[in-house]
Structure formats: C-alpha cells, structure tokens
Design a protein around this ligand. Structure first.
Ligand code: B12
Length: 797
C-alpha cells in the first residue's frame, strides 16, 4: 500500500533524532552531518537502519540542511542520502511497509522582508532538493522544524511543483503556540490545508509533555492526519556534550497520552533514539486509533492573524480599490506605495478584519503591482488580505507570494472563469468569493442566484475546494434603479445560510448608488443584511455610521462579550452625533501618519517624509529623535516583549526609523567643523542593534569628532586591534540585550589588558550606571548628547 493510502487509517511511526546519534558516531561540532552521506555512508546507513528496525514506518533521509546555501553538490548529497535510506530499509527487511522520507529543514535564511531571501528564491532552493530526492526514489517529503509558516509554504510549493509525492509538514511552536514569526496553530493549519498537504504536525519543542496543549489545539482545527514528533525534553550541555533527559519509558508513556488526544503519526526529534521509537511503537500500536475528522472551519489568515468566518460577521475594508477614487488612481500610476499602505493601516485602525486589495488600472502592470502591494502590505499589517482581481496572472502572483491563506475575490458561475480561477485556489488555498453571475448575466431573482451559487459549490467540489471555503456574494445592486433589489439580495443571503449552511458576502454600499446621504441607507442595509445572516461585509471601516451599525449589531446579538468592543469604541460619544460617529480617529492628523506612527507601523517612505517635514518646520533634529523616534521604537519593543508585535514588524519599524534617521544625517552633513579627536564606536559581539550607535556616531561627528565605526556584532579583538592601531583615546560600546552585556565586559577586559590608557564609554537600552560600573566601564551615557559631553571632557575641549 502507498503511504497516502495508509495515512489517517492506521498508526504510523516516524523516526527519531539524528544529531545526537551522529555525534556518538564521531560527528564533530561544526561538521555538516550531510557530508557523511558521501564520506561515511555506512554510518548513515546504521542511523537509518536503527529506526527501520525499531519500527518506524517513515524514516528521514540525512538531508535536513542539504541546500545550496551549505553545499554546491546538493543533488549528489540528496541522491546518496535517499539511496542509503533505501538500502537500510532493505537490510532491515522493511521494504513492504516502510517509507523513505526526503527530509527538508529550514534554509537557514530569513525570508523577506525579515531577511533577504525572496519568496520565489526560497521555492527554488527547496525545488533543487525535491527534484533530486524524487528522482532518487523517495516515497514522501517531510518538511520539518519550520518556525516560519511562509518558509513552510515555499517548501510545500516546491514539493508539489517538482514531484507528486505526499507531503508532511511539521512546525515548531513555543509554549504559547506561536512560531518564531508569530503564526499560531490554527492559522498555520488553515494555510497548509489550503496548500493541500497530506499531514500536519508539530516537532522539536520542549519535550512531549509541553507539547500537549499544542496537540490539543491541532486536534480541534485540523482535518488532516496529525503528526507529533517531540524532542526528548530540553537539551542541556554536560561535559561539552548535548544531553536530553526524557528516557524511552517516560517518553512513550507521555506519547500514549498524546495518542489518546486523536493523533495519527508519532515519532521523535532531537535526543530521541531507536530505543525511544521502539518503546513508542510497542506502547502506542495496541491503542485504539481514530481517523481524522473534518472540522469544517473557515479561516482567513496572515503571517500571524487568523480570522474565522462564521461565528460573527467580519469587516472587509474596501478602500484599497481605485474605483471612483481619483487620488488612489494617481497613487497607482505614480507607484506611490506608501499612500496605499496608509489606506490599509487606517482601515486596520478603524476596525477592519481583512483588507480587500484591488489594484486594477488599465494603464499599469497589474500583476507586478499586485505582487508589490501584497508584499508591502503584509510587511506592515497583520490583517489578512482579500486578493481582488479579474486578471488571472495578477491573481496567481498575489496568491503565490501571500503569507497565509487569503480571501480571493472572485469567481463566478461562468465556465471559463471557473476553469481559470478554481485551479489556482485548489493549488494555493484561499477562501473564495463566488458571484452568482453566469453566461446569462445577473439573475434577477434569489432563485436564479441560488441556482448559480449551487453551480459554484459543485464546481468547487470537483476541484477539491472545500465548500466551507466558498463565500457567496448576495450581489447588492442599487435600489435607485431597481426598487426590489435589496429584497432579492437579502433573500439570497438568507438562503445561502439556510439552504447550504454557507457563508455570504456583500459589497454593501452598492445598494445606494445614485441616492443622497448614502451612508444612511448603507448602514441600515448593513444591519438588515447581518440580521439575514451576512458573514462578510465589504465596507469602508473609516465610515462612522457603518461602524455604528456593525458594533451595535454585535453588542445586541451577544457577539461582543460584555459589550467591550462597543464601549471602547464609543465611550467618548457625544449624544446627537450619531451620523458622524467614528470610533477613534484613525491617525493623529486624520489621514497622514505622524513620524511616530510611521515608525510604529513600519511605513518607511512616510517616516522619512515626516522627519523632513519636521526639520523643514525648524525643529531640532536631536529633539525629534528623542521625542518621537526613540519613543516610537520603545513602544514597538514593548509590544514585542508582550508578544503583540512580531519580528517582521520589529524589522519594518527599525527600517522606518533608519530611513527617518538618514534624513537627519543628510540635514547635518554639510556643516563645517574642526576635528577635536578620534573615537571608536562598535556594537558588541552577538548584538546586531545599531540604530542607537549610529545616532551617537552622527552626533559625535557633528560635534567635531572623527568616528571609526566598526559596525555591529564586533568581536573584542577587532575593537582592541583598532584601538591600538590608531592609538584611540575613547572607545564607545553599545549593547541592547542583557545577553550581550557579557561581550561588552569581555571587550573591556581585553582593552584593559592590551590598551589600558583607552577610556570606555558604554550605552544602549539595557545599560545602566550600575551595570557600567559592574563591568568596569569608565563612563555610562544615556544618550548621544551625553556621549558628546563625555568625549569633550576626555579630550579637554
Ligand atoms: C529595533 C529593534 C530591533 C531591530 C534592530 C535593527 C537595527 N539595525 O538596529 C531588529 C528587528 C533587527 C531586532 C532584532 C532583535 N531584537 Co531587538 N529591538 C529593537 C527595539 C525595538 C529598538 C532598539 C532601538 O533601536 N532603539 C532606539 C535607539 C535610538 O535607542 P538605543 O539603542 O537605546 O540608543 C540610545 C541610547 O541607548 C544610547 N546609546 C546607544 N548605543 C550607544 C553606544 C554608546 C557608546 C553610547 C555612549 C550610548 C549609546 O544613545 C542612543 C540615542 O539616544 C528594542 C526595544 C527597545 N525599546 O529598545 C528591541 C530589543 C532591544 N530587541 C530585543 C530582542 C530580544 C531582539 C532579538 C533577539 C529578537 C529575535 N527573537 O530575533 C533580535 C536580536 C538579534 C541580535 N543578535 O542582536 C529585546 C532585548 C531584550 C533584552 N533585554 O535582552 C528588546 C529590548 C525588545 C524587547 N523588549 O524584547 N531588534
């Protein structure tokens, strides 16, 4: 039987750890394990055979890091690994019931915008491994230890585009159920199910017991076979060796508990051995097995957010759309991305759950613009997006590089459109809006619309798109030309819910074209539609009356616990202002972002522009840095600490702060100066934060110092050598993390030893006078100006 036929039908077992076993066989620290496929094939066979003999059905090839960033002979290494695993299986007598799994680990690089690896380049890195593994005869692809859903998506696409092998994906979550880049269990599952993988799970982590809450969440949302491969506890070092504390008996006992939660494939990760797997198989195999259950839940996701359609109506912001908007059209023609991002951020602030993205304009390259705007938006907002286009190429470009499971607007009942759109949705996943329009036009009655809706549902069945991922548009048409149109639309919405148990969507404001005071009609129509079961409302969330209707509906229908959303939005409401009530002002200036807001949101262009405006208005650059730039970064840092802001946003904010700071640098550049002395600046080893240090540099230069900037992550020896070479009087060291204060201390020690007459001034967010004294610095300075004063005192100027 093939693995696909067995997955989810019976207990299957993966293998365990690789690293600890290879270390025991003599792998040295820093040596790449995959080289052994060529240099020590017999040892790799011993590794693989041990697991086949222990009872694993799925044994990984030794290819975790066999990618082009580490090897220039990927194909050779992967081919050898697959052959060795096949031979091991044969020697173990398991040819009939065990499978060779091409193992794919992370590339080791961060994807853009966090790092510099472009999404499609990541796909190509994995594709090279997949082509080699499939050609060599692997039976399945296991994508594992993923801590970024976006990278997992790249690997899945590579697997599907270059082989027809089944694909299993396991990710690493922290104890709160989040991945490094912020993705949670439900959102990741939704994305991977949309991408049509064959099994989903979790690996690595802090040991089997710590995985239980995550496995529970998996069993609540995942409709596919669930895989659980934990570490043998937390690694620790003992006598220079990495050791794990959970032994086979304890491991299998906890795994039996996990098995009872409703999982389907079990194995181990770091620190587990054939002995763990043997015991696991013995313990779990006799236990009752339950097949996966379809969950029928509808999620639209981004890198870190997950919006469920169904429990309550959701708001889709309509403002990123050129229709009828002169300014927006101009922004598209001018490639003014910041304007478009600001439209997105304002809607997020106003309460949108999802952002519609329509960038169609005949005179622009829509596919390129769609890709660009999706990439840009997903780096500044965590809201999921609705890719809205009739251009099939634009749709595919957007879907491919989207980080999550998007909404897609739209398909309709026309055969030609179904055939163009549905294969893409089947490949990339997404929640698809279906317009009940077909070759005969727009049906005038709800009967006609329901007939086309059925056609769309049936087409989705044929393409393997679950019905819960279809949202039918009730088609709001203006009542000014067709007085019965609202009734037909509401009827359609209600029937979609009642006859199909389905979800519906409306472009609400279309109902009022040609009427005065449109928002009054629109907001009442919205209430009526929600009362008839509307699932998704495409509206302008910055419009007061619309949000009044929405929030009131939620409060009245017991969909807003303790009315907390309503209260926080309207606590300052002035009676009588009903028609203009907006929840909060979206931005301090009602449209354009201030410097602080631009940094917090990571809108780079706007941050630079706002800084320039402030300087042009005569403000002192240092004051702007202290009063606006630093507090904005502080706020982001606090959010990061609290787990509400994730690394991608932190990076975007840092970029925006840098852009604003570049403006300051330029503004200060031309000033004449006399040189007072030479100073070294460096961020210490292990620390890559350099914004603060760069500010200090510019201020010192501006006050007459020549600065040798050694950059960031600088080893102590480099700093000391440079100080000796130029006989430097003052070295300034920066550290922003508690963990890197140690490197600062080492640097100071080495300086004292080799260049004792040099003074050391230290700074950075974690530094205090007390710390500075503790590690033997000569001075601490809390900001750039104090650093200048300190240098003036040392140089006697
Ligand atoms: C921006 C930022 C980043 C950016 C850095 C980009 C860059 N090129 O610098 C990115 C996204 C890359 C980043 C990465 C990480 N970050 Co970070 N980051 C921040 C953040 C939000 C702001 C730092 C900043 O630039 N502040 C603004 C500048 C102007 O302030 P400043 O550096 O303090 O500088 C002033 C003074 O201190 C002084 N000064 C600074 N240097 C010097 C030097 C001398 C000689 C002197 C005299 C004075 C001086 O003058 C400056 C001007 O007034 C802080 C939070 C915070 N509030 O500090 C977290 C923060 C520092 N990061 C943190 C962490 C954990 C990380 C990561 C480990 C995250 C991860 N999981 O990967 C990585 C670390 C990577 C590494 N090995 O270094 C933690 C550190 C926790 C701790 N206490 O140890 C913080 C505190 C966030 C948090 N609360 O959790 N980060």
């Amino acid at each position: 039987m093939t693995l696909k036929e067995r997955l989810g039908k019976e207990w299957l077992f993966c293998d365990g750890g690789t690293g600890t076993i290879l270390q025991e066989l003599g792998l040295k620290g820093g040596e790449l394990p995959e080289t052994w496929n060529l240099t020590r094939p017999d040892d790799i066979k011993v590794l693989n055979r041990g697991y086949f003999e222990a009872g694993s059905n799925i044994v990984n090839t030794n290819t975790f890091g066999a990618n082009k960033f580490k090897f220039n002979n990927v194909t050779e290494i992967v081919t050898a690994a697959v052959k060795l695993c096949q031979e091991a299986r044969h020697e173990a007598g398991r040819d009939d019931d065990a499978y060779v799994a091409l193992d794919l680990g992370p590339t080791g690089k961060l994807l853009a915008p966090m790092g510099d690896l472009a999404f499609n380049d990541a796909v190509e890195v994995f594709a090279e491994q997949v082509r080699a593994g499939a050609a060599a005869g692997a039976d399945v692809i296991v994508i594992e230890t993923m801590s970024d859903g976006y990278e997992a998506k790249a690997a899945v696409i590579a697997a599907h585009e270059n082989s027809d092998l089944p694909v299993i994906v396991t990710c690493v979550y922290d104890e709160t159920g989040k991945m490094l880049t912020g993705g949670g269990v439900e959102g990741t599952v939704a994305m991977l199910e949309g991408l049509k993988v064959d099994a989903i799970g979790v690996n690595c982590g802090f040991g089997p017991d710590k995985m239980i809450p995550i496995v529970k969440r998996l069993t609540e949302c995942c409709s596919l076979p669930i895989v659980v491969n934990p570490n043998a506890g937390l690694p620790r070092t003992e006598g220079g060796k990495t050791v794990f504390d959970v032994m086979p008996d304890e491991f299998s006992r906890i795994m039996a508990e996990i098995a009872a939660l409703g999982v389907h494939v079990m194995g181990g990760c770091c620190g587990t051995t054939p002995a763990h797997i043997k015991k696991l198989v013995e313990t779990v195999k006799p236990l009752p097995f339950t097949e996966p259950v379809r969950k029928h839940r509808t999620y639209v996701t981004s890198s870190s957010a997950c919006v469920e359609i169904g429990p309550k109506p959701v708001i889709i912001g309509e403002r990123i759309n050129p229709t009828g908007k002169k300014r927006f059209k101009q922004a598209l023609r001018d490639n003014d991305v910041d304007y478009i991002l600001t439209e997105g951020l304002n809607q997020e602030e106003a309460g949108a759950d999802i952002l519609d993205v329509n960038v169609g304009l005949p005179e622009i390259d829509e596919p390129a613009m769609m890709e660009n705007i999706v990439l840009s938006l997903q780096s500044v907002t965590t809201l999921p997006l609705q890719i809205d286009t009739t251009d099939i190429e634009a749709l595919e470009r957007g879907l491919r590089i989207y980080n999550g499971k998007p909404m897609i607007n739209s398909v309709n009942g026309k055969q030609e459109v179904i055939e163009a759109v549905m294969p893409l949705v089947a490949k990339y996943g997404g929640v698809l809006v279906g317009l009940p329009i077909d070759e005969e036009g727009i049906p005038e009655t709800s009967d006609g619309r329901i007939r086309v809706a059925r056609k769309i549902y049936e087409a989705a069945d044929r393409y393997g798109i679950p019905r819960e991922d279809i949202v039918i548009d009730g088609l709001a048409m203006t009542i000014s030309s067709d007085p019965g149109s609202a009734i037909t639309t509401l009827d359609t919405v209600r029937r979609i819910r009642d006859e199909f148990g389905g979800y519906s969507i409306l472009g609400v404001s279309n109902i009022s074209f040609g009427l005065p005071a449109r928002e009054l009609v629109n907001s009442h129509f919205l209430t009526m539609a929600m009362q008839n079961g509307l699932s998704c409302a495409i509206i302008n969330p910055c419009n007061g009356p619309m949000m009044v209707s929405y929030r009131s509906f939620l409060a009245l229908m017991n969909l807003d616990p303790q009315c907390s959303g309503f209260i926080s939005a309207y606590a300052d409401y002035v009676p009588g202002a009903a028609t203009t009530a907006t929840a909060k002002k979206t931005t301090s200036s009602g449209g354009t972002l201030s410097l602080g807001e631009a940094i917090e949101r990571g809108v780079t262009g706007r941050a630079a522009e706002a800084m320039k405006e402030e300087i042009d208005a005569g403000k002192e650059p240092l004051a702007v840095i202290n009063d606006e730039l630093i507090p904005a970064l502080d706020k982001v840092g606090k959010g990061f600490e609290a787990g509400t802001v994730f690394l991608p946003q932190l990076l975007m904010s840092a970029d925006a702060a840098k852009a604003a700071f570049d403006v300051v640098k330029q503004a200060l550049a031309g000033k004449p100066r006399t040189v007072k002395g030479k100073v070294i600046l460096a961020t210490v080893k292990g620390d890559i934060h350099d914004i603060g240090k760069n500010i200090v540099k510019v201020m010192l230069e501006n006050y007459g110092y020549d600065v040798i900037d050694l950059g960031k992550d600088v080893p102590p020896e480099v700093i000391v050598d440079a100080a000796i070479k130029d006989d430097i009087k003052v070295v300034g060291l920066s550290a922003l993390m508690t963990t890197t204060v140690v490197s600062m201390e080492e640097t100071i020690k080495l300086l004292r030893e080799k260049k004792p007459d040099t003074k050391v001034v230290v700074g950075g967010a974690v530094m205090t006078q007390e710390y500075a004294d503790q590690i033997g610095a000569d001075a601490y300075s809390k900001d750039a100006m104090q650093t200048v004063r300190y240098c003036d005192s040392v140089f006697g100027v």
